[in-house]
Design a protein around this ligand. Sequence first.
Ligand code: NAP
Length: 269
Amino acid sequence: MAFVFDPMGTTVLITGASSGLGRGFAAEFARRGADLVLVARRRDKLQALADELSERYGTTSTVIAADLAAPGGVDEVVSGLEGRGIRIASLVNNAGYGVAGPFLRSSSKDATGQIDLNITALVKLTHALLPHLTAHAATKPGTGVLLTVSSVAGHAPVPDFAIYAATKAFVLSFTEALAFELKETGVKVLALSPGPTETEFFAVAGNDDQSFGPRETVDQVIQTTFRALDRARTPASVVSGLRNKVQAVGAGVLPRGLVLDVAGRVSGR
Ligand SMILES: NC(=O)c1ccc[n+]([C@@H]2O[C@H](COP(=O)([O-])OP(=O)(O)OC[C@H]3O[C@@H](n4cnc5c(N)ncnc54)[C@H](OP(=O)(O)O)[C@@H]3O)[C@@H](O)[C@H]2O)c1
């Protein structure tokens, strides 16, 4: 089967590939014939995924276990690529986490840790690896992507998820600006905003009570993403799921005070 977005024979680096959406991205890129560089902290999970995808699709995966939020974590990944002579065509900035609860009661580690991973590591990795993407696209335009994972939470302030929502607003704004800057390069640039999705996210966040509403499956979010990538003119931003789209559009057009009020109620305030 021929895909419009065809990364066959290219290499894609996916952060946060040990679970949830990252695993889903890895499987779809492998199904489309790409080789993978899988990054997260849990090496055993990455290796198990690499083995599974190799058996299923015959793809080669390189595993780099690294804590991207730690000082030197991104450098480890970049030097891991250099040491192996790997040049990538696509970068999926997916690793991220949130911590639920009032800011006033959050630990300093949680408050800044989300920024370290969701923003600082993402910007550092993008800065280091974007030249790979533009060099690849110069010869094979449209076959590589800078994909970042924002969130529907990035479209509005979210009380009790204040830092997380703010980091995702950064990711959305940063990616949309890069989409414009890079539009003549042949690199597709896409910010994905999932809504609540069935992954380890809510258990990690310390809020697994379904209060944010029905959850999509990983497969649904991956399908939304690749439908956008399969478009000749990939949009700079896509929201997964009708309910989440309505929420994101509403947040953009309604008065900010009302948006904040509604978001506060959804958070149970
Ligand atoms: N699930 C949702 O409802 C939802 C909604 C909107 C947006 N998102 C976003 O989607 C992205 C993927 O999350 P998910 O839902 O798939 O959650 P997940 O299942 O918890 O996956 C998070 C991934 O990030 C990795 N990670 C966490 N901390 C890391 C660190 N310090 N260094 C390297 N890797 C790290 C984890 O691997 P290790 O633990 O092995 O390091 C894991 O692979 C995140 O950016 C999240 O904010 C999720």
